[in-house]
Design a binder for this molecule. Structure first.
Ligand code: SF4
Length: 374
């Protein structure tokens, strides 16, 4: 089963914390979809004979493009491969782009799942993040989406400048009152070259310290689980059966095909695993969409092992200790490392496999890094 990702690289303005590849404005939307048709046709050999189980429209802001473009692309793809009868088609959406009519059009075009970039229900937080919507829009749109779509996800961010745990608890409470099928909880990270990074460096804003972020995240873990959401990846929680199929497939290292500027693909054939990346430039993409791939690498055994360790910890599917020992240069110190993390209460061992504890989720990268690199 294959999954597909389409990167739609348009936003109205750049949010303060965002470092994704995108351009601002609507100027090239029709050019982009013309180029996308050419890229899609050029991928015929990758698509032919395949069954697609999930499609993810990401970006950028897919909800700002006319639905007719999305529907036309889905038809083009459907003509080149098969769609699973249970296909999940997700669209990332910003609340200010959605009203009842647009959501009905999206539903009619085949979108089954909306992932709504709510981020917060607090005006100060939305302003600090540079978001264009209000809390009221988020409430109304999420409630309406829950009546129309099979699955609805809400994104929330904690650790925003000026935030404290009281504000975070209120955000989470508001989100849970809507009862979305899926909640993603992201801890704000100050990425280089973002507007937020510039403000922090200048000293005009400060982000809450790690202890506040950790308290927010731990509150989310316990509250969401209390309300019946399963914690199936570091940042992701869902009601039964509502995990993101596209994301889960990529975390399980299943093949996916990416379209559009900056999209990545992963293919597996005859024991070989290949990663490719499309050019991160709309101008270059428009000039030669059939030659969008600018990076290609075959993963070495060591890289495959490293990915497997990181990803099986992230989705907490159980990291087999024998597997970890076998491929590991640090095999001689591994027992001590495992014992150290167990004492800290970050991991637990069950039937020969390691699992993160709730506390351990906060340190997943550190744990994986120490297992692999010391
Ligand atoms: S809407 Fe999303 S992709 Fe666009 S700038 Fe904001 S965070 Fe980035």
């Amino acid at each position: 089963m294959l999954t597909l990702y389409l990167h739609i690289p348009f936003c109205k303005a750049r949010c303060s914390y965002c470092d994704f590849y995108l351009v601002t404005g609507r100027g090239h939307i029709s050019d982009f979809f013309r180029a996308l048709s050419l890229e899609t046709a050029s991928r015929l050999t990758d698509l032919k004979g395949e069954t697609v189980g999930a499609i993810h429209f990401g970006g950028g802001t897919p909800s700002m493009v006319p639905v007719s473009y999305l529907a036309a692309w889905l038809e083009e793809v459907a003509a080149l491969c098969s769609f699973s009868p249970e296909i999940e088609i997700t669209l990332e959406a910003n609340p200010e782009d959605l009203d009842k009519k647009k959501m009905e059009e999206l539903r009619a075009a085949g979108i089954t799942r909306l992932s709504i970039g709510v981020q917060s229900f607090t005006a100060e937080k939305l302003q600090a993040l540079g978001r264009a919507h209000t809390a009221l829009q988020s409430r109304q749109v999420t409630a309406a989406a829950l009546r129309l779509f099979e699955s609805v996800s809400v994104d929330l961010i904690c650790g925003v400048p000026g935030e404290n745990t009281v504000m975070w608890k209120s955000d989470l409470h508001e989100a849970l009152a809507l009862r979305p099928h899926h909640v993603s909880v992201y801890m704000l990270s100050v990425e280089p070259k973002t507007i937020l990074h510039h403000r922090v460096a200048k000293g005009s804003v400060t982000v809450p310290d790690d202890a506040v972020q950790a308290a927010c995240y731990e509150h989310a873990q316990s509250e969401l689980q209390l309300q019946g959401y399963s914690h199936y990846e570091v940042s992701n929680f869902c009601l039964p059966g509502h995990h993101s199929r596209y994301n889960l497939a990529s975390w399980k290292r299943e093949p996916y095909l990416g379209f559009g500027p900056s999209a990545h693909s992963f293919s597996v054939s005859q024991e070989r695993e290949i990663r490719t990346a499309n050019v991160s430039s709309l101008t270059r993409y428009l000039a030669a969409p059939a030659d969008a791939v600018v990076f290609r690498e075959e993963l070495s055994a060591e890289e495959r092992f490293t990915e497997q360790v990181f990803l099986s910890l992230r989705i907490n599917s159980g990291l087999d200790v024998d597997f970890l020992r076998k491929g590991n240069k640090l095999e001689h110190t591994l027992s001590q490392t495992i014992a150290r993390f167990s004492e800290k209460g970050w991991i637990e061992q069950q039937e020969g496999s390691l699992y993160l504890t709730q506390k351990g989720f906060l340190f997943v990268d550190l744990i994986a890094g120490e297992f692999l690199f010391g």
